[in-house]
Design a protein around this ligand. Structure first.
Ligand code: GLC
Length: 827
């Protein structure tokens, strides 16, 4: 990194001399060349000034601001020549953090700024910045002072930060990188790219999430480099003991986010950058997509086939061929003569219609959207004021400048007609943004950037996020109180506030299935839980086996969508013959059973910032072996999933974290803290349930809301200790939850040899329509004598000998259930 340019280092004194010399020479030699300022390292700290939670330190030329954001988050910024940029960030949510207390101390060697949890030390002699925990253990420290260099071509500076790689340190995060979860030894770039048929280790892909997590000696912290320019990360690739991040514009601005658990880091980062609002419940059902289903007769046939075969499905996606010559917001009337009628018919069958939208607007004088955009100056312009034009699907296009709120409002309102026609969700594609041939916009393209102005160098990485933001806000406005559903391919940190995402144009190979497993975990710990991969692979042809294995993983992907390229074979659940169809149906049905559990995990992400998918490295960060075990994870905190990602295998190794686990399929009990070879023939996937859990289950429906639920099934897995479980309920499609119209239910189970108790605490203001739970208790170690509900004996309790399951019905508002062992309990 330091060899990015080979310029000789020049001290400020030398610069001064050159300037003086230049001035003198100007008189006699007017064509003097003044060299750009080459790499400058911060030198010794000359002074500290304080203003509330901001601390400005200077070396006489450069200023550094240390700002306390919360008890656990500190931000550092550097102004190379003493001028900070105006504070503005697309990433940061409107957060309210707590600062209990800030202390500053000065010692002969350093300045120290402390909260009640962390301190930031700035060493006077050389400006080294470090972060320490309450016990003064160094968690993160500079390996060189921050440095900068003039960017002669564009103005501004290259800015660099180098950290020490602590002994045994490993790295995670960075969004959608297609590689192993552990980033150690690799270098990455943030520059959203249309990466058709990408491969393992291709870089960069579509998203720009400049946030990583470091773990050493079992302690985690996070680094969020909030800079939208093309940026680079080096995780001890160039030098074994150094980690660096740098960029060629904007400001060195990073947030140190304290742990000590990876979970704390991810939650704090997510609080900083925001979480996804609750999606409509149907969006967590199964989606079927293809490039493209058309004409209308094919779409209807698809819908009818799902229903005839009784394979659940909630959403059908229409790719670019629904449009008239790929003009956004139009319909090809030959293929779709009456979209409203068709969408109505699909809706009658219980399907939601999702349409794709791209940012490129066709240059066509007869096309009203082009006219409106051009007349109102909504499109991006080049440095010299020409319109930015480039080819995408429709041919020559111009592109809205989504960094302007006026343009976003215009774009959002364009969805009004779609909403009236019944479109239920919008898939935002090609928003890196893509221009065929050149890849993306030339760098001189100008952007409004909310009035702060910038070239495409600065706006490229947030273009896609601002597009989907416009889409989300438009849908929200026009769907009234209904929750929007959006998908985006590109995004910057914080994009999760507006959209779900998918991993783009993958391939139908086993390694891509593995990559999908790794990438969705990575996205999840990078603040983006609501994500999926194209099940079955976008390009290429999966075998029936690969398709089913991918579908199995899809059940546990927060977004479950099959999608494929136009030049590939079909990918419907019935494409691969009746044997595979049965399996596809089994696993899609499983998704529908698990919906209340998945929805509750979503709520925990939305409200409390817990990631939905959790890698082993997060569950047990104290075990270094877990860092490379990135092909299993939990969804929420109760279900552990170990997808089968190899061809032809009928078993796989699974590491179970400490504690007791139930095998989901045969209910056998396994002890964690060790590895097992678990059978996994094609009709199954290793799933384990944490003992003590209460897992809510829906009956299988063909789509969300097909009929009222009469009873909610609660699956209770006995454990000889205390366990809390959690469930969220509401109406599934309005913003009522923002007015507290929802229920949070806490189930607390505690078992011993004499009894099992289940306590329920309900908070909130929603009333589900059903009156009863059907409760199934698994793994009771004793024969029961009676079941007490709020102290009174229940009748009609059955104990099924096989599998030792106890079944009974209980009113939904019960407070306490006690299952009491019989005296001759072991018989
Ligand atoms: C891009 C998308 C893909 C879509 C295609 C056509 O390649 O990533 O999902 O099908 O464009 O719109």
């Amino acid at each position: 990194m330091d060899d990015l340019t080979n310029k000789k280092e020049v001290s400020p004194e030398m610069i001064e001399e050159v300037l003086v010399q230049a001035h003198i020479n100007q008189i006699d030699v007017p064509d003097i060349v003044i060299p750009p300022i080459s790499k400058q390292y911060l030198r010794n700290v000359k002074q500290l000034t304080t203003a509330g939670n901001r601390f400005i330190l200077t070396d006489g030329i450069s200023d550094v601001e240390v700002k306390v954001i919360s008890d656990e988050i500190i931000r550092v910024r550097m102004a190379p020549q003493g001028e900070f940029l105006e504070e503005f960030s697309y990433a940061i949510d409107d957060f309210k953090f707590h600062i209990t207390d800030i202390q500053t101390t000065e010692t002969p060697d350093y300045y120290r700024i402390s909260t009640n949890t962390i301190s930031c030390h700035v060493r006077k002699a050389d400006f080294y910045v470090s972060f320490l925990d309450v016990d003064d253990v160094v968690i993160n420290e500079d390996s060189r002072p921050m440095h900068w260099e003039e960017n002669a071509e564009f103005g501004g500076y290259y800015v660099y930060c180098s950290k020490k790689r602590q002994q045994g340190e490993h790295f995670f995060g960075l969004g959608d990188k297609p590689s192993d979860l552990d980033l150690l030894g690799k270098r990455f770039t943030m520059w959203g790219t249309d990466a058709y048929a990408y491969e393992r280790n291709s870089d960069p892909l579509y998203k720009n999430i400049p946030f990583y997590i470091g773990i050493h000696k079992g302690v985690s912290y996070g680094m969020f480099f909030d800079n939208t320019f093309r940026s680079y990360f080096d995780f001890a690739a160039e030098e074994k003991d150094k980690v660096s991040f740098w960029t060629d514009g904007g400001e060195m601005q990073y947030y140190y986010i304290h742990g000590p658990h990876m979970m704390d880091v991810v939650k704090r980062y997510t609080k900083l950058t925001g979480s996804h609002p609750l999606p409509p419940l149907w969006a967590l059902g199964f989606h079927q997509s293809r490039w493209s289903y058309y004409p209308e007769s094919i779409v209807k046939e698809l819908a009818h086939t799902f229903r005839a075969k009784k394979i659940p499905c909630d959403a059908l996606h229409l790719d670019i061929d629904y449009m008239d010559g790929y003009r956004c917001f139009t319909w090809n009337r030959k293929f779709f003569p009456n979209p409203k009628k068709m969408i109505g018919e699909l809706s009658g069958l219980g399907f939601k219609t999702i349409v794709i939208i791209d940012p490129g607007i066709m240059v066509d004088e007869q096309y009203w959207i082009f006219q409106e955009g051009r007349d109102n100056k909504y499109f991006c312009r080049r440095g010299d004021d020409y319109f930015m034009e480039g080819p995408v699907w429709p041919g020559r296009c111009q592109f809205p400048d989504f960094t302007n709120s006026k343009v976003r409002n215009w774009w959002g309102d364009l969805f009004k007609e779609f909403v009236e026609q019944g479109v239920a969700g919008v898939w935002n594609d090609m928003n890196e943004p893509v221009v065929f041939g050149k890849g993306t916009f030339p760098l001189d393209v100008r952007h409004h950037f909310e009035g702060y102005r910038g070239s495409h160098r600065k706006a490229h990485n947030i273009y896609g996020m601002q597009m989907v933001r416009a889409t989300y806000e438009g849908l929200k406005k026009h769907q009234r109180n209904k929750r929007p559903f959006t998908i985006t391919r590109s995004g910057y940190s914080g994009v999760q506030r507006y959209s779900s995402t998918w991993t783009g144009d993958n391939m139908a190979t086993w390694d891509h299935l593995k990559l999908a497993v790794q990438m969705l975990q990575r996205l999840s710990i990078s603040g983006i839980s609501f994500s999926g991969s194209d099940i079955g692979g976008f390009t290429g042809e999966p075998t029936g086996e690969l398709y089913i294995r991918w579908m199995q993983f899809g059940v546990f992907s927060p977004l479950m969508r099959v999608h494929s390229a136009g030049n590939t074979g079909a990918r419907e659940p019935w494409t691969f013959g009746s044997g595979y169809e049965k399996l596809a149906k089994k696993f899609i049905s499983l998704r529908y059973k698990l919906l209340p559990y998945i929805y509750s995990a979503f709520w925990e992400n939305h409200k409390y910032y817990f990631p939905m998918l959790r890698p082993l490295s997060m569950l047990e960060q104290e075990h270094e072996q877990n860092y490379s075990r990135d092909d299993e994870f939990t969804l929420g905190d109760k279900l552990l999933i170990a997808p089968v990602i190899e061809k032809g295998v009928v078993s796989r190794e699974v590491y179970l974290p400490k504690g007791m686990w139930y095998h989901f399929w045969d209910l056998s009990v396994w002890n964690g803290g060790t590895y097992y070879e678990v059978p996994a023939p094609l009709d199954t996937i290793p799933i384990f349930v944490k003992a003590g859990s209460v897992i809510p289950e829906y009956p299988v429906m063909q789509y969300v809301g097909e009929h009222e639920i009469h009873e909610m099934l609660l699956n209770v897995y006995y454990a000889p200790y205390h366990v809390n479980s959690f469930m969220f309920e509401d109406n599934g499609d309005t913003f009522g939850y923002e007015q507290n119209i929802y229920l949070e239910k806490k189930f607390e189970t505690s078992g011993n040899e004499e009894m099992l108790q289940i306590h329920q605490v309900i908070e909130g203001m929603y009333t589900p329509r059903y009156e009863y739970y059907r409760i199934k208790i698994y793994g009771l170690p004793f024969k029961f004598s009676k079941v007490l509900l709020n102290g009174k004996q229940l009748s009609g309790v059955k104990q099924v000998r096989k599998g030792n399951i106890l079944v009974f019905r209980a009113i939904k508002n019960f407070k306490k259930i006690e299952i009491i062992a019989a005296e001759n309990k072991y018989q």
